[in-house]
Design a binder for this molecule. Structure first.
Ligand code: SF4
Length: 212
């Protein structure tokens, strides 16, 4: 956080989190098709030292493996991939930022609940998570809506054999007031559990806006 980064956002996701803050990549996916070379050219033009490939779910994007290989071959940027950790792909990256989704993400009522079963079936894939944490430098980021969510966090960390010092807790919310309220009790939980905590810097700085 705080490092100027170019974000490459792929559109399309296999999940439908009820609180998804990029519905234009999941619930109503938008976007244009781009060639790998045009993306690498554009990333290069910004001159930032870090590139973050996010989504949607970038691990389901066509040619994601080729994109990461091209970025690594042509540029010197540090590459982060942000993923929910439900899909396997042999990508090149310097940091796998994995955000397994808790039960608070399941869309029980949104869109008449028609995505709930699929989301619930797919959101936790322990075999894939175990592979990712073994193969890549990683962090595990959990989106927290209430203190009881920590029971699931601890169960997942234990189940997949992750290091507790690589766990980051983030309050769910897209407005500063909600984030501040949740951040206060979440800070105490993070201290108690020995986890890290992250605010949502882009929301604090610019609000809930696209492209920032
Ligand atoms: S995994 Fe990410 S992009 Fe997909 S629905 Fe959940 S929050 Fe949105």
């Amino acid at each position: 956080m705080g490092v100027p980064s170019v974000f490459v956002r792929t559109s399309g996701c296999n999940l439908r989190c009820t609180w998804c803050d990029t519905p234009y990549t999941s619930w109503q996916p938008e976007g244009e098709e781009r060639s790998v070379s045009s993306i690498v050219d554009e990333v290069s033009s910004y001159g930032a030292s870090h590139v973050v490939i996010t989504g949607g779910e970038p691990m389901i994007a066509p040619q994601i493996e080729e994109l990461t290989e091209e970025l690594a071959a042509r540029l010197t940027q540090h590459i982060t991939i942000e993923t929910a950790g439900t899909v396997d792909a042999h990508v090149h990256c310097d940091l796998m930022s994995i955000s397994p989704k808790l039960a608070n993400s399941t869309p029980l009522t949104r869109d008449n609940g028609r995505w709930a079963d699929q989301h619930e079936r797919l959101r936790y894939q322990p075999e894939i998570l175990r592979r990712l944490v073994q193969l890549y430098p990683y962090q595990l980021k959990f989106v927290i809506t209430e203190p009881n969510d920590l029971q699931q966090v601890n169960a997942i960390v234990s189940d997949i054999g992750a290091s507790r010092n690589r766990v980051v807790l983030m309050p769910e919310g897209v407005d500063a007031a909600t984030l501040a309220d949740r951040g206060r009790w979440l800070a105490d939980i993070a201290k108690r559990e020995g986890f890290r905590m992250t605010p949502r810097l882009h929301i604090d700085l610019w609000g809930n806006r696209r492209g920032v």
